[in-house]
Design a protein around this ligand. Structure first.
Ligand SMILES: Nc1ncnc2c1ncn2[C@@H]1O[C@H](COP(=O)(O)OP(=O)(O)OP(=O)(O)O)[C@@H](O)[C@H]1O
Ligand SMILES: [Mg+2]
Length: 300
């Protein structure tokens, strides 16, 4: 299912003297199948935007369509019937199950006594009719999906496992509800290079096998160049440009204007072109190296 956002405005503390515009007239379509990046300087509106996608932040103005879900501003009705309230709640639950949200440092949200209990929480919450046996199967699947050994880890406290394992357990907790869209806010924040690499491999495996669309917020343009199919650049709440890494990072002036730096591959491509070596690269490290090696060979 595609995500279609139309004219999304959002102000924190709306209607007070502390009102701050976090999003301004954002219109953006994210196609099913994308590994989509949300980039922008700090405070540019990235987290505010993604929290609209599963209605954690209610829409103030504009509209979002995600498959059959239609999100728009709804004034709170004083006289809503019990039936209407129940229907709304159930629809919201469905949406939150469909669009899984992994917050920044998700391991801080682990709370249960055991890993198994923590991961199964989402299943019990979103699918209360699921039998105990089925819950166990879904929990095991989710834990294995993130590359952990179920029998080794299931009875451990989430507080006695490593940082990398905690993050995987937290992601498993979101995957357990079988979302179709997975949104992750800075998934690699605070990880060492090995942990980061492993997490990227995990996300690509999930994207290939179980999750149709992945959306990540990232501050690291090298990661975006290497992993995202397309990205959107936010600047002070405004959506500046959407495109492939090649389209975005070729526009060095725009990237600088938005307070960001181009990935190393784009910087080197630009510098090499000033010296007469023109590389037609997509800015992934692999492609850049191949194109550079070819250019060197051709010069000999
Ligand atoms: N709870 C809040 N109350 C008031 N203003 C807020 C709140 N959360 C965010 N803002 C403001 O909204 C704007 C957008 O914030 P947001 O958190 O969406 O940015 P971001 O791009 O995710 O930043 P970062 O890269 O630092 O995580 C900023 O000006 C921020 O100060
Ligand atoms: Mg943020």
């Amino acid at each position: 299912m595609d995500i279609i956002c139309n004219n999304i405005d959002y102000q924190y503390n709306k209607g007070t003297k502390f009102a701050t515009y976090a999003l301004k007239k954002v219109s953006l379509t994210i196609k099913e199948g994308e590994f989509f990046g949300i980039i922008g300087h700090t405070g540019s509106g990235k987290s505010t935007f993604i929290q609209h996608l599963n209605a954690l932040i209610p829409i103030q103005s504009g509209q979002i369509t995600i498959g059959d879900y239609n999100l728009f501003f709804e004034p709170t009705k004083k006289r809503e019937s019990k039936k209407q309230k129940k229907r709304m709640k159930s629809k919201l639950k469905d949406l939150r199950r469909t669009v899984g949200m992994v917050f920044q440092y998700p391991e801080y949200q682990l709370f249960a006594d055991t890993v198994k209990e923590d991961v199964s929480f989402a299943i019990k919450n979103f699918m209360p009719e699921t039998s105990e046996a089925e819950v166990e199967i879904l929990t095991k699947n989710a834990i294995e999906m993130v590359g952990l050994n179920y029998f080794e880890i299931k009875d451990k406290s989430p507080f006695e496992i490593s940082g990398g394992q905690k993050r995987r357990v937290a992601i498993a907790g979101v995957l357990a509800a079988r979302p179709q869209i997975l949104v992750l806010d800075e998934p690699c924040a605070g990880l060492d290079p090995k942990g980061k690499n492993e997490l990227w491999q995990l996300l690509h495996r999930l994207h290939r096998d179980v999750i149709k669309t992945i959306i990540i917020v990232s501050h690291d343009m090298n990661d975006v160049a290497n992993h995202c199919t397309s990205s959107a650049i936010f600047d002070h709440g405004v959506l500046k440009k959407v495109g492939t890494p090649k389209q975005l990072f070729s526009d060095q002036a725009l990237i600088t204007e938005c307070g960001l730096e181009v990935p190393v591959t784009a910087y080197l491509t630009n510098e090499l072109s000033k010296n007469g070596i023109v590389l037609d690269t997509d800015f992934t490290t692999d492609d850049f190296c191949v194109k550079l090696a070819n250019a060197i060979k051709n010069q000999k």
